[in-house]
Write a protein that binds this ligand. Sequence first.
Ligand code: SF4
Ligand code: SF4
Length: 377
Amino acid sequence: MPEVDPPLAIVAELTHRCPLQCPYCSNPLELEPGRDELDTDTWRRVLDQAAGMGVLQVQFSGGEPLVRRDLEDLVGHAARAGLYTTLITSGVTLSDTRVDALVEAGIDHVLISFQDANADAGDYVAGYDGAHRIKCEAAARVRDRGLPLTINAVMHRQNLARMPEVIAQAVELGAGRLEIAHVQYYGWAMANRDALLPTREQLDEATAIVEAARERLRGQLVVDYVMPDYHAMLPRACMGGWARRFLSVTPSGKALPCQAAETIPSLSFPSVRTTSLDAIWRGSEAFNRYRGTGWMMEPCRSCDRREIDWGGCRCQAFALTGNPRVADPVCHLAPDHGALEPALRAARAVPPPLVYRRLGGTIVVPEDAAPLSVTPS
Ligand code: SF4
Ligand code: SF4
């Protein structure tokens, strides 16, 4: 098997179940049902294997990981194995009892995702009445216990005008870090792209606000900001490069180089039920298919940036062109750069209703799904 460095972190997607229905959820359109989830012992074995390989961090994610009653058990197991533990949660079920149990288990860091700074708009996008208020209460519980708190704010066409309020909210909640994450268009987000992709003008205005806030809040709040791909001229090094830094495990045990990798139908992914994490990472065909630079076509193959951005995102290349080997169409050098045009045109039109995420695969468009009055025009 090839010599490769171990992943920096594993993303343990404990479940696809979630009380919210965000229309940009990174989970696949075909959600995995609760009956297929890995049991506690199998997750413990996976965590031991990760620590044994030299992995440094585990991110407990989902869906909503708090849906699993064994979350504290798994956090405790990971902490005893020496892994740095992060809980990635919507916060809507993060009660006092659960926070105390997580602290007892040894959780290191909590990230709570917010849909907006405006409560009505946040609840509308989450598909859950009262979600915004409950999240604020959950953030306060985390800070009361002295735990490091990151706020993850997912930004898109329908909330980008409220960037100043989103930044102010993170300060008010006592977060040490704010991750401003523009929607990436795979899975549920791809189904809602025309309703969520901002215009260039909206984006430029929001970016200037973020840059000013970074200066103003230096030493108080770290602001992470990644530009949305469709408006960039060069792609991101997606996941730090295919199978270079992260390994995701789905609720049923499929191991993926990134959470969107299942959107590429020509790949089949090994299971942690039957194969060790180390064998998957170093030896599996799916992980090796786009690792490094050997798989690249022109213009990536001879480009100076090929070991900087690794040709961009394979899932995005597939989503926009049907071929996961080509240069990410975001790149201005990519022969398929024009594939972004229809989406950029749609960003200027009236947004269509949101398509909500729903376990069981049913796509639901609520009758009252017209954009909110707070939607920027
Ligand atoms: S993005 Fe929304 S629906 Fe998806 S897991 Fe997170 S909170 Fe749940
Ligand atoms: S040609 Fe390929 S390697 Fe070069 S910048 Fe574009 S995507 Fe990156």
